[in-house]
Ligand binder design. Structure first.
Ligand code: ZN
Ligand code: ZN
Length: 260
């Protein structure tokens, strides 16, 4: 592993991470805001402005090299045989594939919940998390819009785990896809899943746009990433109550009150 190798990989990974973000966030923006019908239940009161989206894209593109650098270190170390990443799924028992996938989700979720609580501390928020909260109604482009401090605090997690746990490369690819798509969906301003599922037995354990958009309107609640368990354990969980949209009713069909 050489410094030049890490720098070259950081450059290419920045391009890949940036392109992945623009493509997926742009595609979801078109699906929910580019057409007149949207998808599912509208959450945002206002349509995201061009100015807001440019702000979100700017901070997202600033985050890309910050995410690319530790990933490049892990990639170069892997090429030199120095990580626990493996390619052949049969190298470890097959049950480890779904178990390691779930384990990474749980580790990421726990790390994010507590980091996110710290980022909302009054002494930290202004210089570490305010860029993500520029507007109470985010757009899909907010999914990767982090202040550089927040990006530094979160970017190292998966690359470090690649040195500690045997992780299959294809499982990691699926995880990265899930991370990207859920982050974009959670910020798109629409709940794409049916409300019945979101509030059902499985959906009510998971964080979707309805849950995370409430974090953007009420910043003292809903700090989790994938699961609602930490928010529930720590008393920070809240869901907007579902209100029927009637003629002359509110543009936002979800009332922002705590459920009993
Ligand atoms: Zn926040
Ligand atoms: Zn957010």
């Amino acid at each position: 592993m050489t410094a030049t190798g890490v720098l070259v990989s950081t450059f290419w990974l920045s391009l890949i991470i940036g392109a992945r973000y623009l493509l997926i966030a742009g595609g979801v923006w078109w699906a929910v805001w580019g057409r007149s019908t949207g998808v599912g239940t509208r959450l945002n009161r206002e349509r995201p402005s061009r100015r807001l989206m440019l702000h979100e894209i700017k901070f997202s593109l600033l985050s890309t090299p910050i995410y690319a650098f530790p990933t490049a270190v892990a990639l170069e170390a892997w090429k030199a045989g120095g990580t626990m990443i493996y390619v052949d799924p049969g190298e470890w028992p097959l049950w480890w594939l779904p178990v390691s996938f779930l384990l990474l989700l749980v580790i990421q979720d726990t790390h994010y919940y507590w980091t996110h609580r710290l980022l909302h501390d009054r002494r930290v928020f202004g210089w570490a998390h305010a860029a993500h909260h520029r507007a109470r109604d985010p757009s899909p482009f907010a999914s990767f819009a982090f202040d550089p401090v927040e990006a530094v605090l979160t970017a190292w997690l998966l690359p470090v785990l690649a040195f500690m746990l045997p992780l299959n490369i294809w499982m990691l690819a699926v995880l990265l896809a899930v991370m990207t798509v859920t982050a974009v969906m959670n910020h798109c301003g629409w709940e794409m899943w049916p409300q019945r599922w979101v509030r059902g037995r499985i959906g009510s354990q998971l964080i979707t746009a309805t849950h995370h958009s409430r974090h953007h309107t009420h910043m003292k609640t809903n700090f989790g990433l994938y699961f609602r368990v930490w928010d529930r354990l720590c008393g920070t969980d809240a869901m907007p109550a579902l209100v029927e949209r009637g003629p002359g009713g509110p543009a936002n069909p979800l009332r922002t009150t705590r459920e009993p």
